[in-house]
Design a protein around this ligand. Structure first.
Ligand code: AMP
Length: 449
């Protein structure tokens, strides 16, 4: 199958070819023709599935034809939970729409200058990508004209609701014409998201993509238990020295600690920086650019950064702290293994945090292979429980794996060989657990940022 079979406009096909997209991913194959046909869509798809192009290609196909509507407001509006994600979506739109030379886009996110955004809104505009808060600011000052809006996209709708944007979203939706097409992407379509989706869509087509789809490579996952914070630091030192990483993202639970850890690593001679939600947007942008250009080798980030970073050269992700929400685990590790490359994700957990690990595993519907580093074994073992899987030995006795037992970076080998994986190694296809299905794990609304 090719993108031209899905009805994507010829002017966009050239850009896709240049971007190296040969074949549509599963979510693209299903969502693109339906969206081009004008259907409302409810799509459950994970990051890494190619979901951004799944809504941008129909949107750009619409924009490739002249508007029949009056006014100069946006014809397409994409709402995103975070600034980084919004910027990434606009970047992709400009990449796929590079031959739509007349197309004008704006990215309306907090932390960026109002002046630039206001100027963009004062001229005819085709596509706006926005976070709800900043868009509402512009709407309050009467700067946004939705009279010719054709398509509304809610990207990562579950995340926007978790972040408390429900009222903003309702206000924004009310301000748009009823004739609009609505396309909603979310990890889950149940609960609050489902109820909201029912209100804002008309006879939507539901598309559920099992987590077995991606355009990414294989991510090898490991879990290392530690006794305490000091032990975690020793494990991290070892990982950074021995893993042969090219670029690494380390996730920390708090903003303060992300700064402290980045400073510590800089003092050790690494080119390290931190990224969290309290940093001015210009600084966040600069940091991401430096990461893309390879000037930063280690980025210490909080979860706010987990969804917007699309840097194919990130070879390793280290969860220095466990994520507060189980689903964030998937987003965090998805920062590596991008654009068809392989990656490694190592999660550190204190032994007393075993119940949090279980929660993540319940969400994933699989176990993460537990490993040890020789000479750095934890003195306390987490209790044996449901992880056991009916096999003697319990933890990590049988890791999940797809493809080879190691991606050649020393992880996932048998313990006797000095690697981390105790069993067969834990290679895991980023497409998701083999037992796939659209698992909806336990959720909490706590956020790190
Ligand atoms: P997303 O799920 O939208 O975050 O996309 C994940 C990654 O896959 C991004 O780096 C995209 O540029 C890339 N991608 C999306 N669709 C395709 C495709 N059909 N072929 C190759 N790469 C793709």
């Amino acid at each position: 199958m090719h993108f031209s079979d899905l009805g994507v406009a010829p002017t966009i096909l050239r850009a896709l070819e240049a971007a190296g997209y040969d074949t549509p991913t599963g979510v693209q194959a299903e969502a693109i023709p339906a969206a081009i046909a004008g259907r409302d869509l409810l799509v459950s798809a994970q990051t890494g599935s190619g979901k951004t192009a799944a809504f941008l290609l129909p949107a750009l196909t619409k924009l490739s034809e002249r508007s029949t509507g009056k006014g100069q407001g946006p014809r397409v509006l994409v709402l995103c939970p975070t600034r980084e994600l919004a910027q990434q979506v606009e970047k992709n739109a400009l990449e796929y729409g590079k031959d739509l030379r007349w197309m004008r886009t704006a990215c309306l996110v907090g932390g960026a200058s109002f002046g630039y955004q206001t100027r963009a809104l004062s001229r005819p505009i085709d596509l706006i990508v926005a976070t709800p808060g900043r868009l509402m600011d512009h709407m309050r000052s009467g700067r946004v004209d939705f009279s010719r809006l054709e398509m509304l996209v809610l990207d990562e709708a579950d995340r926007m609701l978790d972040m408390g944007f429900i009222e903003d979203i309702e206000t924004i939706v009310k301000a748009t014409p009823e004739s609009r097409q609505t396309v909603l992407f979310s990890a889950t379509l149940d609960g609050t998201v489902g109820r909201m989706a029912e209100k804002i869509t008309r006879e939507p087509q539901r598309i559920e993509i099992a987590r077995t789809e991606t355009s990414g490579g294989t991510i090898e996952e490991h879990l290392l238990y530690a006794d305490d914070l000091n032990h975690k630091h020793r494990l991290l030192d070892h990982i950074l020295k021995e893993s042969g990483f090219d670029q690494c993202v380390i996730f920390s639970a708090t903003k303060a600690y992300s700064e402290e850890l980045a400073d510590k690593l800089s003092d050790q001679g690494y080119s390290a920086a931190c990224l969290h939600g309290d940093m001015p947007q210009s600084w966040r942008n600069r940091t991401l650019n430096d990461l893309r250009r390879g000037r930063i080798k280690i980025l210490v980030a909080t979860d706010v950064a987990a969804r917007g970073i699309d840097v194919p050269t990130i070879t390793h992700v280290v969860n220095f702290d466990l994520p507060k929400q189980a689903e964030d685990y998937v987003h965090r590790i998805g920062r590596t293994g991008r654009a068809g490359r392989d990656g490694t994700a190592i999660t550190l957990a204190e032994s007393k945090e075993f119940h949090k690990v279980r929660r993540i595993e319940q969400y994933l519907k699989r176990q993460i292979t537990e490993g040890v580093i020789e000479g750095m074994e934890p003195t306390r073992r987490p209790p044996k429980g449901p992880r056991r899987n009916g096999k003697p030995g319990g933890y990590g006795a049988q890791g999940q794996r797809r493809g080879g037992s190691s991606n050649g970076n020393g992880y996932g080998r048998d313990r006797r060989e000095g690697g981390y994986g105790r069993g067969t190694g834990g290679s895991y296809d980023k497409r998701g657990p083999r037992a796939a299905g659209s698992s909806q794990g336990q959720r909490s609304t706590q956020r790190a940022d």
